[in-house]
Design a protein around this ligand. Structure first.
Ligand SMILES: C[S@@+](CC[C@H](N)C(=O)[O-])C[C@H]1O[C@@H](n2cnc3c(N)ncnc32)[C@H](O)[C@@H]1O
Length: 282
């Protein structure tokens, strides 16, 4: 039950303390303007735990033996998971028409391509990459592995189920739907096995340098619309982690409103016909 005086339930101090916890855990910074949204999303959780104030909830998050699992629960409720298939098509064109031909030459010794969709949400980005790689004439006979990670277990469950409502297809050409999806219940479409088998998903926090060291070296990393919610310090940590997981000469693709200005000088900027992208020198 949402009380009428919900706005009063979370004091400015309680809000600051909760925001600090969220920030330390996953890098997302909330402004004062998000206080009501956070209150609305977290109050039902406070009540479900049998607690009566946000101060009690904060103590639970700090000192309960279940604190770690509760941080996961909290983050589920405050992350923005908006995504859809074939998002930012000019960038996908840069990937297929300019990046793939360069990183997949005919005389490549291993014919193995690894791509990471970092902050993949419910999987649309990772599967889109799978479809594009499948259709690329440069990758005929190649072994393609796509890895998607997210901090939210809920969206990863949706990614693994690979069943999507109409809204996920707002910028998808019908040709792809016909070729790579089958209609299932409730007007939804499921990704076909041919694409599913290229993609695996894992629960990983992009700030967790130790856990990320288990991710192998990648030829291309997509990290789009993830760091827009982070501050500079958190972006720096994530970019260091991504840099280490990109092979020399590999590409980093960010969302259209994101850049590395003030956060990293390790990558070089590459001006392609269709987009500006980043590359690990080497
Ligand atoms: C807006 S979605 C972007 C999805 C996709 N990359 C796209 O551009 O369509 C951002 C995703 O980043 C995830 N995320 C936020 N902080 C994260 C972190 N520290 N580690 C891993 N994933 C994170 C969120 O859970 C969310 O699903």
């Amino acid at each position: 039950m949402i009380p009428d005086d919900l706005e009063q339930m979370l004091s400015p101090l309680e809000y600051r303390l909760l925001c600090e916890l969220i920030y330390e855990y996953c890098g997302i910074r909330f402004e004062e303007s998000a206080r009501y949204m956070i209150t609305r999303r977290l109050w039902p959780r406070v009540r479900a735990l049998g607690l009566t104030t946000f101060t009690e909830y904060y103590r639970y998050l700090k000192y309960s033996p279940k604190a770690r699992g509760e941080l996961d629960e909290l983050v589920e409720r405050v992350t923005t998971n908006e995504t859809y298939f074939f998002r930012e098509d000019y960038q996908l064109r840069a990937f297929t028409e300019e990046i793939l031909p360069e990183i997949a030459p005919k005389d490549h010794p291993h014919k193995r391509l690894r791509i990471w969709s970092a902050g993949c949400s419910s999987g649309e980005e990772a599967y889109t990459i799978g479809m594009l790689c499948t259709e690329s004439r440069h990758l005929a006979g190649w072994d393609i592995e796509i890895f998607g990670n997210d901090i939210s277990k809920k969206v990863l469950g949706m990614a693994r189920a690979a069943r999507y409502p109409q809204s996920a297809f707002r910028s998808t050409d019908k040709r792809y739907i016909d070729r790579y999806f089958k209609a299932v219940d409730g007007g939804r479409y499921e990704v076909v096995d041919e694409i599913k088998k290229l993609v695996t998903f894992g629960h990983l926090n992009l700030l967790d340098s130790v856990a990320l060291s288990l991710v192998g070296q990648n030829d291309v990393i997509f990290c789009r619309n993830v760091m827009i919610y982070f501050d500079e310090a958190a972006r720096k940590i994530v970019l260091k982690n991504l840099f280490k997981r990109l092979r020399p000469g590999g590409y980093l693709l960010l969302g259209h409103s994101e850049s590395l200005l003030n956060v990293s000088t390790e990558f070089e900027i590459v001006s392609l016909k269709n987009d500006l992208v980043y590359r690990r020198p080497g």
